[in-house]
Design a protein around this ligand. Structure first.
Ligand SMILES: [Zn+2]
Length: 428
């Protein structure tokens, strides 16, 4: 049908951080109106208009603006795709993901620690309340780990907002279910194709609440009131959203391929991340992200009027040796601690470079293709889903056999074994 030619990445200039569904302020319902788009690009042949993407969060790289900072709040998240492929019927993992394996190991530690200590404290005659408190203390680092390294699985749609802007929209599974029902209604009751370029409708994703358990979603289709010219009656009518030629052209220019949403790493790269201790330089090195600014190469490029390369290519690249950033490239506008997510980082970085270019009075024909920055969602996915459930680890490792002692067991994961505090120092 000729719609949605292959996107041209060199022309992508819009907001690259995916849109998310927002709740209203002070516990009110938030309305998020979008016109969803049909399948395009690499997914056109399969007619798939969305993609389910699980992203692992928790690893952090070097800040573009504050390359010398070691403050965890300055360090940008470096999410990457989960590569686990599982046969849900048999539970057999066809492709294992080292980060999921690590996650399952920690969950197993949590489960076994809980069981062991519950038994131990019962034998020692401790009250349930006391036992619960002590177990929580022991498990705190594990729970923190699970919170930090959450898996954020969402459905990604291409969408247009009411301002005529295009971007990728992240939709959680609860909202996706509501959306599917609404789409079915539109097709069956209104006889309208909700995604078709020449038809289309506006969906209103209504979100209430924050957090995984307190958030609820519903999806409405937007109607408008029209006045019947003959009778003067006011009629409720489905608000249609046919796309103009300009909108189609714009969509082609700015939308990324859903299948290319970063970051796609190899199993070997993910294993190295698991083993690296989350040092930001090492994380970037493993992911092939090179801190160009401040290097001799970058200074030479700047002097020659050549724009520095953007970090993070869309495709996985071979890890490169890290380059030490120079303190000479301090950020022009320092960010406040609260403002440092990957998106803002990137925008600031872009702005800094733009100022540099303007200062040099150079005009470049093409903007570099920016990274599709994926900010961590405010709504972490419940631990475990859709990972290997605890106790169902199919891979043979040291965990599948009972360790000699609880201390050995905890110690093998680098966690401090439980030591009972002297009872007389206990404060209630
Ligand atoms: Zn994974």
């Amino acid at each position: 049908m000729g719609f949605f030619a292959k996107p041209n990445y060199s022309q992508r200039r819009e907001n690259n951080s995916p849109w998310t569904l927002k709740a209203g302020e002070h516990g009110t319902a938030g309305h998020n109106r979008y016109r969803l788009l049909p399948a395009y690009g690499k997914l056109a042949a399969s007619q798939k208009h969305f993609l389910y993407i699980p992203l692992h969060f928790g690893y952090k790289g070097v800040s573009f603006n504050k390359p010398d900072s070691t403050n965890p709040k300055d360090l940008p998240q470096r999410p990457f795709r989960c590569i686990q492929e599982k046969d849900w019927k048999s539970g057999i993992i066809r492709t294992s993901c080292p980060q999921c394996e690590k996650h399952a190991e920690v969950e197993l530690v949590v489960k076994r620690t809980k069981d062991e200590l519950t038994k131990q404290f019962k034998e020692e005659g401790k009250s349930d309340e006391e036992a619960k408190k002590l177990i929580a203390e022991v498990l705190e680092p594990h729970m923190n780990w699970l919170r930090q390294y959450n898996l954020d699985s969402k459905y990604y749609f291409a969408a247009m907002n009411e301002d005529g802007e295009f971007n990728v929209l992240k939709v959680p599974s609860k909202a996706k279910k509501a959306l599917e029902e609404r789409m079915k209604e539109v097709i069956e009751q209104e006889g309208v194709d909700p995604l078709d370029v020449d038809q289309g409708v506006w969906f209103d994703f209504i979100r209430t609440g924050e957090g995984f358990t307190d958030t609820s979603y519903s999806v409405d289709v937007v109607y408008e009131t029209v006045v019947d010219q003959q009778t003067g009656k006011r009629l409720k009518s489905l608000k249609m959203a046919p796309m103009t030629a300009e909108q189609v052209e714009k969509a082609q220019k700015v939308l990324p391929e859903l299948v290319d949403i970063p970051r796609i790493l190899t199993a070997e790269q993910i294993q190295r991340l698991v083993d690296c201790g989350n040092d930001p330089h090492e994380v970037d090195s493993i992911m092939g992200i090179v801190q160009r600014q401040g290097t001799a190469d970058a200074r030479a490029r700047a002097a020659a009027g050549i724009p520095a390369e953007e970090p993070t290519p869309l495709q996985p690249v071979k890890p490169q040796h890290q380059q030490q950033p120079s303190p000479a490239m301090k950020p022009v506008t320092p960010l406040s601690v609260e403002e440092t997510d990957e998106r803002r980082e990137f925008l600031e970085f872009q702005a800094m470079k733009r100022r540099q270019r303007e200062a040099e009075a150079k005009v470049f024909a093409q903007a570099p293709a920016p990274e599709v920055a994926v900010a961590p969602d405010e709504e972490p996915v419940a631990a475990g889903a859709p990972m290997t459930p605890s106790g169902a680890v199919t891979k043979t490792n040291t965990l599948s056999s009972q360790p000699a002692s609880m201390d050995d067991f905890l110690g093998s994961f680098g966690f401090k074994p439980y030591a009972a505090p002297p009872s007389n120092t206990q404060k209630s």
